[in-house]
Structures are given as structure tokens and as C-alpha cells.
Design a protein around this ligand. Structure first.
Ligand SMILES: Nc1nc2c(ncn2[C@@H]2O[C@H](COP(=O)(O)OP(=O)(O)OP(=O)(O)O)[C@@H](O)[C@H]2O)c(=O)[nH]1
Ligand SMILES: [Mg+2]
Length: 347
């Protein structure tokens, strides 16, 4: 009898469990929202193409740096300055990356003598006095040797792009140029330089990934001499397994480039302006390893705060010879302090 009751209870419980499970399953059904009807025509109108300004003015290229100086441009009073106005000048100059030394020198001058011709004029002469006089670029070597421009700098600063832009400028000028793909750290580096060679008609010497950069430079010099080329532009790697090797390697490349048919007439250290004061500390390391004769400051079109040009020249004592203001061939300018400072300070 008890066994009968137990069987009955089990049957009833099983029936209840079955009903509950079915309900649950039903409640888990996902209802997909109705799809929106597809439009008959996917693109109804074509947006107008953005206007491509082939040769934007310096003001437009330096827009980000110019905006920092806006507050001092708006101080139009002449004579002695109020403390508030001095504070504005200090803040703007520090924000612009000109550095503490230039900022303090100018503030002292403004406190002592005021700004008889206006603040913009006072800043203009303070900034211009920080620049070196000579920024000529050497294009010929001694005794009929092949002139070499060597490019050094950490990765990503714009060495290869700068070489491409200069190859364009020089070939436009009627020079025959050989590019030496001395960055053998990764294959893509040579491919990137090859694109510039194709674009500009410059000759290129390259080797497989991992090859000795010195031998690439050596071969490029041989090619340049055989063909009577006017200039060799030598790319280098921005990184190695560790940085000590990189600096050693640069010194070695330099020795090779300066031997036999070649003569290094310019060593350009390429710095990225958007890295601000970090660019300065980076530069110090390279200065020790390579005899740098000029700086190329790239990416001044970006979020850079143009004052870094002033700090670099003042603190490193090496002239900025070119500035990069974009990614295209035309976006490399010979650096002219007056035009640059006027662009920052003109209304
Ligand atoms: N906006 C802007 N971008 C630039 C400028 N110069 C270079 N670039 C960009 O910066 C990036 C890095 O440039 P690269 O020329 O490859 O730099 P690199 O020093 O050769 O780098 P590694 O070969 O890695 O050592 C690229 O996307 C360039 O297009 C410039 O003046 N303005
Ligand atoms: Mg490169």
C-alpha cells in the first residue's frame, strides 16, 4: 500500500515538473524586433568633396600653435603692463613650449621697460633673438666626393617621410638623388622609401630586412659615384633591440658614409614637435652619438605648440633647418624664423 502511495507521489511530482519546464521554455522565446524597411536608394545624395587646399598658407598650417598665442595677440595696450597682463603673457609662453628661460627673460624685460610698441612686438623680438643666424644647408662635398645627408632620430618622428619630401624638392630642382634605405630593422621601412623613390624618380639602394645598414650606405655611395649623382639621402632605423646598440650603430653608419667616395655634409636630427619638451631630452642622447648639423622639426601642423622651435634652438644650439607641416611632398619648408614668428603673432 505504501509503495502504491510513493509511486503515485512520484508520478504527480513528475507531471508538475514537466508543466513548469514547458512554461519556462516558452517564456525564453526571444522576439526579434521588426527590421526597418530597406530604403529603395541607399545613397540619395553625394556629399560635396572637401576642398583640397594644395598650398595652404603658413597661418593655416600652424593653426594649432597660432591659437595658443591668441590671448597675447589680443593685448593691444602699449606701455607698462598690469600684473594680470603679465600673467597672461607668462601662461601663454609656457603653454607654447618656448621654455622657462625664454619666458623669464621676456617677463623681466616687460617688467623693466614695459612694451612701448605693444606686447606682440616685444614677444616677437624676444623670440627672434633666440634663433641662430646661420641655417644654410650644405649641398656639395670636398674634392668631388658625393655629398651625403644622414637622417637620425627615434622611431616615428618622420625621418623617412622627410627624406621622401626632400627627394621630391631636390629632384624638382633638377638634382639626381640616390636614397639609401639604411633602416633594415623592418622590411616595411624600405618599402616606404621605395614608394617615395617611385613618386619622385629618385634612385634607391635597399637590402633585405636584417642586412647591415653600413653595407646599404656603402652600396648607395658606389651607385651614386658611378652615376654621377648629386646627393645621397641616407635613412636610418629609429630602433634596435636596445637603444645603446642604436647609437653605436649610428656612429658606425656615419663612419661608413664619410669614407671613400662619400662625405657626410649634413646630419639631420629629426624631432617630432608634438612631443614638446620630450623632444629636447631625446635630442640630447643623439647629439652625443652623431655630429648633428641641423634639426628637422616635423608635425608642426598637428597639435604642436610652435614655441618648441625656440626652445630647441636656444637649448641645443643647433639650427632648425626644415619644418614638416603635413604628410605630403610639399609639406616641408625651409625654416624661416621671421615668417614663423610673424605667423604666430599676427592677428
Ligand atoms: N602631420 C604630419 N605628419 C607627419 C609629418 N612628418 C611625418 N609625418 C607622419 O608621421 C608618421 C611617421 O613618419 P615616418 O617617416 O615613418 O617616421 P620614421 O622616423 O621614419 O619612423 P621609423 O621608420 O619607425 O623610425 C607617418 O605617418 C608620417 O606620415 C609632418 O610634418 N606632419
Ligand atoms: Mg622610417
Amino acid at each position: 500500500m505504501i509503495a502504491l502511495w510513493i509511486i503515485l507521489a512520484v508520478v504527480v511530482l513528475a507531471a508538475i515538473a514537466l508543466v513548469v519546464l514547458r512554461r519556462r521554455r516558452r517564456s525564453r522565446v526571444v522576439f526579434e524586433p521588426e527590421r526597418a524597411a530597406m530604403p529603395d536608394v541607399l545613397v540619395t545624395s553625394v556629399a560635396p568633396r572637401p576642398e583640397i587646399d594644395d598650398n595652404p598658407s603658413l597661418d593655416r598650417r600652424l593653426a594649432s600653435s597660432r591659437s595658443i598665442f591668441e590671448r597675447v595677440r589680443s593685448i593691444t595696450s602699449v606701455g607698462s603692463l598690469s600684473q594680470d597682463q603679465l600673467d597672461v603673457v607668462e601662461e601663454v609662453l609656457l603653454r607654447s613650449d618656448v621654455g622657462v628661460a625664454t619666458t623669464n627673460a621676456l617677463l623681466e624685460e616687460l617688467r623693466a621697460h614695459g612694451a612701448p610698441d605693444g606686447v606682440a612686438t616685444a614677444i616677437r623680438s624676444a623670440l627672434l633673438s633666440s634663433f641662430a643666424a646661420d641655417r644654410s644647408v650644405r649641398t656639395s662635398a670636398d674634392d668631388g666626393r658625393v655629398p651625403v645627408w644622414l637622417f637620425v632620430g627615434v622611431n616615428g618622428v618622420g625621418k623617412t617621410t622627410t627624406i621622401g619630401k626632400l627627394a621630391w624638392h631636390e629632384t624638382q630642382d633638377g638634382k639626381s638623388v640616390v636614397l639609401a634605405a639604411g633602416d633594415t630593422f623592418r622590411a616595411a621601412a624600405s618599402d616606404q622609401l621605395q614608394l617615395w623613390a617611385d613618386r619622385t624618380g629618385a634612385d634607391i639602394v635597399r637590402a633585405a630586412e636584417g642586412a647591415d645598414p653600413g653595407s646599404v650606405i656603402h652600396d648607395a655611395l658606389g651607385r651614386a659615384q658611378a652615376r654621377g649623382a648629386d646627393l645621397v639621402l641616407a635613412d636610418t632605423a629609429g630602433r634596435r633591440a636596445n637603444n645603446t646598440n642604436l647609437l653605436d650603430e649610428l656612429a658606425k653608419i656615419r663612419r661608413v658614409a664619410d669614407r671613400g667616395p662619400g662625405q657626410v655634409v649634413e646630419t639631420f636630427m629629426v624631432l617630432d614637435a608634438t612631443t614638446g619638451q620630450n623632444a629636447l631630452s631625446q635630442a640630447q642622447e643623439f647629439l652625443a652619438a652623431a655630429e648633428v648639423t641641423g634639426i628637422v622639426l616635423t608635425k608642426l601642423d598637428g597639435t604642436a605648440r610652435g614655441g618648441i622651435v625656440v626652445a630647441i634652438e636656444r637649448e641645443l644650439g643647433i639650427p632648425v633647418k626644415f619644418v614638416g607641416v603635413g604628410e605630403r611632398a610639399k609639406d616641408l619648408l625651409a625654416f624661416e624664423p621671421e615668417a614663423f614668428v610673424d605667423s604666430l603673432l599676427s592677428a
